[in-house]
Ligand binder design. Structure first.
Ligand code: ACO
Length: 327
């Protein structure tokens, strides 16, 4: 039997650091408010001419290096993002060309902040089906390109960045991705959305004047749902693997809000020091967030052979997912 294992990861965050004090010069906010309500101290913003696929290219190059593979062994690219370079063609195709991988299957998926887990799950099933052997997974976002810098309730929360993982087949079915739980609830898309730019509200002078191309969010409602669905999803994944919270060595949660992570830790009865967090440095980087934290944890030697890792995310849609990986 075949399993899928993560051979290597990589991440990239732009050079430009924007502190909470910098944000307070743009909107009516303060370092104190942002830190206590979210845990964020700073975020990175991409340069004006730096695209989502440019950042993905940097993360992908590091992942290939860390995996110790030839780039030509990649037979598919799955790119999770809600801020693609353009509506079409896909950022995956743009990245494929930048990487010099002609003819390799490449496509985007859109599951907002759950994108990295959705992509890993998809890649896993594609590998298990034996149609593909080595898949490059990307989670990358240039959220600064859709933030409304007149809306203090959203613009202070997000940042830019990219992450990558190389998933490949292994004959040892005791390691790799053990289980994934994903789900979605499309009943209330307005809780977190970018209203204009698609077929519902094509770009127009009105859509621009009404600021409909920016991210809009009902933070309070998202917060409540996030804690509930992330907890439920983790329990489902643990039960599917016949594991308990105590069997988990490290949790890599989506980095949206420290209070959400603390509530989740309490709900799962997993001590907070078993969570890898970097929210203070990067803010919420949506689809990039889990991959950046995973890469950071690996580089910091927080993950060793035999460890059981729990990934968990939620995002616009709403979407959610959790995944247990045996390292
Ligand atoms: N600076 C100062 N004051 C602010 C700011 C700010 N940046 N933003 C809001 N406030 C004010 C509000 O206006 C309000 O003032 P009022 O009481 O006078 O009306 C007060 O602070 C409290 O606002 P709340 O919205 O109640 O603050 P809350 O404690 O709920 O925190 C937050 C807001 C941080 C957004 C929280 O609800 C949250 O994190 N929600 C989850 C959001 C999230 O994770 N989204 C990502 C989803 S993932 C994806 O798919 C991208």
């Amino acid at each position: 039997m075949t399993a899928s294992i993560i051979l290597g990861t990589g991440s990239y965050t732009p050079d430009k650091i924007i502190t909470n004090d910098d944000m307070s010069k743009i909107v009516d906010t303060s370092d104190e408010w942002i830190k206590t309500r979210t845990g964020i101290r700073q975020r990175r913003f991409a340069a004006d001419n730096e695209t989502t696929s440019d950042m993905a290219l940097q993360a992908a190059s590091k992942a290939i290096l860390n995996a110790g593979i030839e780039k030509n062994s990649i037979d598919c690219i799955i790119f999770a993002t809600m801020t693609p370079d353009m509506p079409f063609p896909s950022s995956a195709c743009i990245l494929q060309h930048k990487m010099g991988l002609p003819n390799v299957t490449a496509f985007d998926i859109q599951a907002a902040c759950s994108g990295f887990i959705y992509a890993l799950n998809l890649a896993n099933t594609m590998i298990l089906s034996k149609q593909y052997k080595t898949i490059l997974i990307i989670g990358a976002e240039k959220l600064s390109s859709i933030l409304d810098f007149e809306d203090r309730t959203t613009c202070v929360l997000f940042g830019d960045g990219a992450s990558a993982a190389i998933l490949t087949e292994s004959n040892d079915s005791n390691i790799g991705i053990l289980h994934t739980d994903t789900g979605a609830d499309g009943e209330t898309p307005e809780l977190l959305h970018q209203p204009a730019g698609g077929s519902a509200i094509p770009p127009s002078i009105d859509s621009l004047n009404n600021r409909l191309h920016f991210l809009k969010m009902n933070g309070k409602e998202i917060f409540k749902k996030a804690v509930r669905v992330m907890g439920q999803s983790c329990v489902k994944s643990l039960e599917a693997c016949n594991l308990t919270s105590e069997d988990i060595d490290l949790v890599i949660p989506h980095q949206a809000n420290m209070r959400i992570i603390e509530s989740l830790a309490k709900r799962l009865e997993i001590p907070l020091d078993k969570f890898h967090n970097n929210l203070d440095l990067y803010g919420n980087t949506s689809a990039a967030s889990i991959g950046i934290a995973l890469d950071e944890a690996i580089q910091a030697n927080r993950i060793k052979k035999g460890d059981r890792i729990l990934l968990v995310a939620f995002g616009a849609g709403l979407t959610w997912g959790s995944q247990i990986i045996q390292w």
